[in-house]
Design a protein around this ligand. Structure first.
Ligand code: PEP
Ligand code: MN
Length: 371
């Protein structure tokens, strides 16, 4: 294991000789579960930090909310037994105080907590003058300013090494990812704060163990400074995030593929196609969602036009729409012809929906401008 001093200076530079590796179960469940996991992780010789959630923020009451403070003692025993540095999530001033009391090596601020600036400020002030490492997960919403702002609060408080964790973003419709990666956001954060280490959390992005290796590799390809991966001795029996945790064996073979330097080492393109296609599939779903909503609005507009005796085709309005989308397409680098043709198609469909709307079948409605 690299010693903590080397790790923090490697993280301070924003890039270590190899990426920083954080692994462990989603939640600390028992001393035995922690020891079994940590022993397997330490045996790979590649893991720097052991993670385990002690206080678990859950969507619904009644779910397993973590073992609480007593599990901090279990984590200290893990450090003693394996030499791995230890970290957990904190979400309140009390959590921070307890983590400091138990001399944890690092803490992280979870995606739900980071969205609350008053709370983040309180946490930062509680940490003032300490040297514990702080990792700031991205907020649930894809809001780069909010993420950067929280990081800034910890930096301004003058805490120990601050880094960021990219764990994907809440997505409002069904997706192949649990949390959509929107890679441009962590890339934007890196541009804004070039010295900030950014760690990828493929477990919470994927939400299922099968996709974790693809996302881990993609994160590293995109220049992330480390990985945080959930590992459980019996993933199916885990008390939280059962679907996304890797078994110690699956974790070891992933590490061998990523950093093995042997015949198991991954080529640049391994799994990339699958991951990119998963991203494309999500975008296609967004396109269909957006088109369906646009057409529903067209139906409602038809009703309003019918009641106000307004012609279906309003040339001025259409010119405005085209002007707006063409300006946007120039900014985004899309070919103007492509956008023009696409919107002509969309417009044709919208007019045909409006013509077919029951409101327009009523007598006395003017169809003169419909094409
Ligand atoms: C976790 O790391 O287990 C966790 C709850 O993370 P997030 O805040 O990203 O949901
Ligand atoms: Mn988890």
């Amino acid at each position: 294991m690299r010693n903590l001093q080397n790790k923090s200076s490697a993280m301070a530079k924003g890039r270590s000789s190899r990426p920083l590796l954080i692994a462990g179960p989603c939640s600390a469940e028992s001393p035995r579960q922690l020891l079994e996991t940590a022993t397997a992780l330490a045996a790979t010789g590649k893991v720097d930090y052991f993670r385990a959630g002690v206080w678990k923020p859950r969507t619904s009451p009644g779910s397993f909310e973590g073992m609480g403070s007593k599990a901090l003692g279990w984590l200290k025993e893990i450090r003693q037994a394996t030499g791995l540095a230890i970290c957990t999530e904190v979400a309140s001033v009390k959590h921070v105080e307890e983590a400091l009391l138990h001399d944890l090596d690092m803490i992280w601020i979870g995606a739900r907590t980071v969205s609350n600036p008053f709370l983040v400020q309180e946490l930062a002030e509680t940490l003032k003058g300490t040297t514990i490492g702080v990792m700031v997960k991205n907020p649930m919403a894809p809001d780069l300013d909010l993420w950067a702002g929280s990081i800034e609060r910890f930096r301004q408080a003058g805490v120990g090494q601050v880094s960021a964790i990219h764990r994907g973003f809440f997505y409002w419709t069904k997706s192949l990812f649990r949390n959509h990666p929107w890679w441009h956001i962590p890339s934007g954060l890196k541009k804004r704060m070039p010295d900030l280490p950014v760690i990828c959390d493929p477990s919470h992005i994927a939400g299922n163990s099968k996709m974790v290796p693809l996302i881990a590799r993609r994160g590293l390809e995109l220049g992330m400074d480390g990985l945080m991966i959930e590992v459980h001795p019996e993933p199916a029996r885990a008390l939280s995030d059962a679907r996304q945790q890797l078994s110690p064996g699956a974790f070891a073979s992933l590490i061998l593929q990523l950093f093995g330097g042997q015949e198991g080492e991954a080529t640049h393109y391994d799994g990339m196609l699958e991951e990119l296609r998963a991203e494309v599939d999500v975008i296609d779903q967004v396109l269909v969602w957006a088109l369906s909503n646009r057409m529903k609005l067209a139906g409602e507009i038809a009703g309003v036009k019918a009641h106000t005796h307004t012609g279906i085709l309003q040339t001025n309005r259409w010119e405005q729409v085209i002007e707006g989308v063409m300006a946007k397409s120039r900014e985004s680098g899309l070919r103007p012809d492509f956008i023009r043709n696409l919107f002509d198609q969309i417009h044709r469909e919208s007019l045909s929906i409006q013509k077919g709307s029951p409101e327009n079948k009523k007598p006395g409605i003017c169809h003169t401008f419909a094409i």
